[in-house]
Design a protein around this ligand. Structure first.
Ligand code: FAD
Length: 558
């Protein structure tokens, strides 16, 4: 009798597991069940389908039932809900949603890839018409129809994470005015606040009404529209509401079958994606995996890990020794032309995990050589271990070339690289693509300069605490346009003439526009015997830290 593998959920993790199984073993009997009308569809494309950037629904269908049957001899059952698992008998109970009938299917091996469901908080008015979440093609078809038929003028997007912001962009593309309501004091929660600040500013500049630090309390019907009432008492009127406040792993089936969950509420699996039962595997958004940077267990709903886990599970089922290495949360999102990307841990994530021996550098280099027309700044933050220099994470925001830098750093993290590897990395260079010192090299070099004591980094958040003198080495007109409170201005070009008047009994914190001129000043002053450090990222970073509320001190008014 053929070994029978049943797979619950036929999208990212389930479909990749099924296809890999077939590539490895022609003798397996493989059946996939999905309660939805499609398998292997592009959930990541759904916001763009709503925005009509992807106009044809069929484009979202990566593979069909027929393709699975004809190309891979895989038996796909859509509109089939798996309602129970009997691990002793090794069977599942399946409900055919078209006929309403139920049947029992036996397995030798079961793979769960049920994904994660959008969170719908139980609050008054949550079931009013016009309030949507985005998970499936039918969800996005309903949103499109609502827009086409009702022609709402304004949409409320609840949640400022990546799905919320993609939906905001796409609804704006459809001509709707947008309010984004986010309970946290920042958009893009995976980022540190000062890195999310340019994203907020960009949204505001595109006319999006961004409300931070305010949560939803209830919805009320108001004629054809909905009023969202918030904790602050604000009443936001909208003809369409998108709930994008996160997802919850679909663990109901696993829990009912007695499979253990992990501390973060995902299905517990080993490195080969095996659950507490050796005959049951689980992959994707529903499982809990190890974060390779912090070592902590996490639930990370992203397509890349789901696909890789599906592959690992298939390998394991076929007797191979592949292991899932863990996740590092590499992600990217486009927001009204801005690219926002991150990999590894954020500063707040490190603190949550109890990691304290780390440093950070900020830089704002152009995405390609400055002398070639059109260079756009990339705002980059790199976190690394001290004193060892292991790379812990990076975040970047900019108009061009952002994801390329984060992908390079992501690869270095996966190889357990250090900032010295970034400094040495040999990357593509021609004027229209990068710099002879790429932003990735520069980030590594700045970090190495700190580790080697050539350019110690000053702590922005400790300026008020430590008795240091901020020396701003920009030109007087730049200084006059805004500077750190109590800073003195000694332009770099005058430093060699004027340095003798600087105090030798206080540490000096050097500041400039983005950190480069301050670096030259640090090197000069250090060799004259001063105690010096660089305020990483310069005044550009200072403004973002102030705007995000990380530094309470306001920018000196002029
Ligand atoms: P899913 O792909 O969600 O598949 C689970 C399937 O299982 C579903 O079809 C469900 O109907 C079915 N199912 C569940 N329970 C049962 C049951 N009992 N019986 C039968 N069928 C069942 N990730 C990125 O990395 N980049 C992106 O840009 C990105 N954009 C996204 C945009 C949106 C709008 C959404 C919703 C997600 C996005 N994601 C993105 C996340 C990514 O899609 C998921 O991480 C990935 O699809 C998870 O794969 P999965 O196999 O675990 O679950």
């Amino acid at each position: 009798m053929a070994h029978r593998v049943l797979i619950v959920g036929g999208v990212a993790g389930g479909a990749s597991c099924a296809a890999r199984l077939r590539r490895l073993d022609e003798t397996l009997e493989i059946l996939v069940f999905d309660r939805g009308p499609h398998v292997s569809f592009a959930n990541c494309g759904l916001p763009y389908f709503v925005g009509n950037v992807i106009a044809d629904e069929r484009t979202l269908l990566v593979a069909s039932r027929e393709l699975f049957r004809d190309r891979f001899n895989i038996d796909v059952h859509t509109r089939h809900d798996v309602v129970a698992i009997d691990r002793e008998r090794k069977t599942i109970q399946v409900r055919d949603l078209a006929s309403g009938t139920e049947r029992v299917e036996r397995y030798h091996t079961l793979v769960l890839s049920p994904g994660a469901a959008p969170i719908r908080p139980p609050m008054p008015g949550i079931d009013l018409p016009g309030i949507f979440a985005v998970r499936t093609i039918p969800d996005s078809v309903r949103i499109r129809s609502w827009i086409d038929e009702r022609k709402p003028a304004h949409a409320l997007v609840v949640g400022g994470g990546f799905i919320g912001l993609e939906m905001a962009e796409n609804l704006a593309h459809r001509g709707l005015g947008i309010t984004v309501l986010e309970k946290l004091p920042q958009v893009m929660p995976p980022l540190d606040p000062e890195m999310a600040e340019p994203v907020r500013a960009h949204l505001a500049a595109r006319g999006v009404d961004v409300r931070l630090g305010d949560g939803l309390v209830r919805f009320e019907a108001a004629g054809d529209e909905i009023v969202a009432v918030t904790e602050s008492g604000a009443r936001i009127r909208a003809g369409l509401v998108i709930l994008a406040i996160g997802v919850r792993p679909e663990t109901g089936l696993a829990v009912a079958a007695g499979l253990p969950l992990g501390p973060r509420g995902g299905i517990l699996v080993d490195e080969q994606m095996r659950t507490g039962d050796p005959n049951v595997f689980a992959v994707g958004d529903a499982v809990e995996v190890r974060d390779v940077v912090t070592g902590q267990e996490v639930v990370l709903p992203l397509a890349g890990p789901a696909n890789r886990q599906g592959r690992v599970a298939a390998d394991a089922i076929c007797g191979r020794t592949s292991r899932f290495r863990g996740v590092q949360a590499t992600a990217v999102v486009g927001v009204f032309g801005l690219t926002v990307a991150s990999t590894g841990a954020s500063e707040k994530g490190l603190r949550r995990a109890g990691v304290t021996a780390f440093e950070r550098v900020y830089l704002h280099p152009g995405h390609h050589a400055g002398y070639y027309p059109g260079a756009k700044p990339i705002h980059l933050k790199l976190l690394f271990e001290v004193p060892g220099g292991r790379i812990l994470g990076a975040q970047a925001v900019g108009l061009e070339g952002v994801e390329k830098r984060i992908d390079v750093i992501a690869t270095a993290i996966q190889m357990r690289g250090t900032v010295r590897d970034l400094a040495e990395a040999e990357l593509c260079y021609a004027p229209q693509f990068g710099g002879a010192k790429d932003p990735v090299n520069l980030a590594g070099m700045i970090a190495v300069n700190h580790l080697d004591g050539d350019m110690p980094l000053a702590e922005w958040t400790r300026l008020d605490v430590e008795d240091c003198l901020v020396v701003d080495v920009r030109d007087p007109d730049e200084f006059a346009a805004g500077h750190v409170p109590r800073a003195v201005n000694v332009p770099l070009g005058e430093l060699r003439r004027r340095y003798a008047k600087l105090p030798r009994n206080r540490p000096l914190a050097l500041c400039c526009g983005v950190g480069q001129r301050a670096y030259y000043a640090v090197r000069f002053l250090a060799q004259q015997g001063f105690s010096v450090a660089n305020l990483s990222g310069g005044y550009e970073t200072y403004r973002a830290l102030c705007a995000a509320g990380v530094i309470p001190t306001p920018v000196t008014p002029r």
